[in-house]
Write a protein that binds this ligand. Sequence first.
Ligand SMILES: Nc1ncnc2c1ncn2[C@@H]1O[C@H](COP(=O)(O)OP(=O)(O)OP(=O)(O)O)[C@@H](O)[C@H]1O
Ligand SMILES: [Mg+2]
Length: 263
Amino acid sequence: MDKNPMDLKIAVKGIDKVYNDGKKSAFKAIDDVSLNVYKNEFVCIVGPSGCGKSTMLRMMAGLDFPTKGIITIDGKKIIGPGDDRGMVFQTYTLFPWLRVEDNIQFGLKLQKFTKAEQEEITYKYLRIIGLEKFAKCYPKELSGGMKQRVAIARALANNPEVLLMDEPFGALDLFTKSQMQLLMRDIWQKEKTTVIFITHDIEEAVFLGTKVYVMTPSPGRIHAEIEIDLPENRDLDLKDTPEFIKIRRSINEMLHPDSNKLK
Ligand SMILES: Nc1ncnc2c1ncn2[C@@H]1O[C@H](COP(=O)(O)OP(=O)(O)OP(=O)(O)O)[C@@H](O)[C@H]1O
Ligand SMILES: [Mg+2]
């Protein structure tokens, strides 16, 4: 499907990333990666450990910079972090000394919102993530899945145009992970956010994504770009359908061509 160039949100053009560039310990983590993220897309980047997924996301967040090539948002070069992008990390990054509601409100306090507006926004997202009852709790009183829900709410409360997520459900048990996937699809449909979601879980990438980039390691490259032609409204039963399994298997074959054989 041809996309409108006006809707191009983030463009990664011919990126190399060499760590310790110019030194003896120089290491090329990313090699000539290009990708496009359009408005309202849910883009998943899937690949094995060490293929450069976090490196890619950190550069899109403006927390690190390419050695070669350019990354733009709305046509402008990314030169640092900005409130147009919200980040959810793999590890739990809530402020432990702040209650749930204050964690979500944290970014809003730095903006020009009245106290009443801050609370309205905070409680809107607490409702969306289903944790209103835990507003006064501290992070240590929450489970891992609950903490990640608060982290998502905190990112969303700032109303970012793009949500950058680095394996946010990697540490969760299978059931909680599935619930979080449903929640993410729901939020994405309601909020019309543009999402870039990193995972090494192929099933997760296919279930969540409207588009999946497959990365391969040493150095990290884009192996394939796959438009996910599955229904807009998704429930967990989709994972058992032949259409879903076919896409999941084709990506698995790209990443692990010999996975059927005992080594
Ligand atoms: N600050 C750094 N200095 C040197 N090398 C680094 C640095 N950060 C990452 N690397 C290397 O770059 C490569 C890609 O790392 P990255 O964290 O992006 O991988 P990843 O795909 O996110 O892996 P995982 O799935 O395990 O999170 C790895 O080989 C790693 O050792
Ligand atoms: Mg990583």
